[in-house]
Design a protein around this ligand. Structure first.
Ligand code: PGA
Length: 252
């Protein structure tokens, strides 16, 4: 049975003290919660990953990085490698977030390299993809998503897919307060699962978790998560407040 996942992408928010408080609140609140077949992942900024990995040991939380560099090591000032992440206890990395694509020029070609490097180091990848508003308006959203997945992931073998989590994040719904309707999310998730099924054996498409991301809040989480092919969420803004994040976990 494929896993349900709620992942919080904290982006460039929370200083040391805020990070500490939020983790402590989440840990405490999750103590009594029965997380049936559900994983809860938080992704604080790079500088707090080592401490977070230590703090969440023996808790129901897991930690992920928000990005990593594609090269093994070398003269890449300011960058962080897959090996570094592993060495501080991080086992999951978010790649391909639309903010990375948009503000840092990350292309499918670059993301292929990042995915390969992550898997080489046995890092699990939360791979984000999704169309822009103009793509949806022009009816190109399926083609755009298909290209993003094909270009960055479809060279992988079936085994590799055990370490891939997909996150559909329509760019027009991220941080805008505008959510895709549960029907729009389901439609795209089903399309993506079918694409994976066409490329791989059905085990792969049945087992891969596909998260929805884009303005998920306590008020809309339950309806989105109720859809057959939506296996959880990648949460931005609402993951910064313990109460909201917990309500979203509850919704699943
Ligand atoms: P949001 O962000 O929930 O604030 O829209 C989602 C994301 O960027 O992953």
């Amino acid at each position: 049975m494929r896993k349900k996942i709620v992942a919080g992408n904290w982006k460039m928010n929370n200083d040391k003290n805020e990070t500490k408080i939020l983790i402590a609140d989440l840990k405490e609140s999750l103590k009594g919660v029965e997380l049936e077949n559900t994983r809860v992942i938080i992704a604080p900024a790079f500088v707090f990953l080592q401490r977070t990995a230590k703090k969440i040991k023996n808790s129901k939380l897991e930690v992920a990085a928000q990005n990593m560099h594609q090269e093994e090591s070398g003269a890449y000032t300011g960058e962080v490698s897959a090996k570094m992440l592993k060495s501080v206890g991080v086992n999951t990395v978010i790649l391909g977030h639309s903010e990375r694509r948009e503000y840092f020029g990350e292309t499918d070609t670059l993301l292929t390299k990042k995915v390969n490097r992550a898997l080489q180091h046995k890092l699990e990848v939360i791979f984000c993809f999704g169309e822009k508003l103009e793509d949806r308006k022009s009816g190109n959203h399926f083609e755009v998503v298909k290209a993003q997945l094909k270009n960055a992931l479809f060279h992988l073998n079936s085994e590799d897919w055990q370490h891939i989590i997909l996150a559909y994040e329509p760019v027009w719904a991220i941080g805008t307060g505008e959510t895709a309707s549960p029907e729009q999310a389901q439609e795209m998730h089903a399309f993506v699962r079918e694409l994976v099924a066409e490329r791989y054996i059905s085990d792969v498409s049945e087992e891969v978790s596909i998260l929805y991301g884009g303005s998920v809040k306590p008020a809309n989480a339950k309806e989105i998560f109720s859809k057959e092919d939506v296996d959880g969420g990648l949460i931005g803004g609402a993951a910064l407040h313990a109460d909201d994040f917990l309500a979203i976990i509850n919704a699943i």
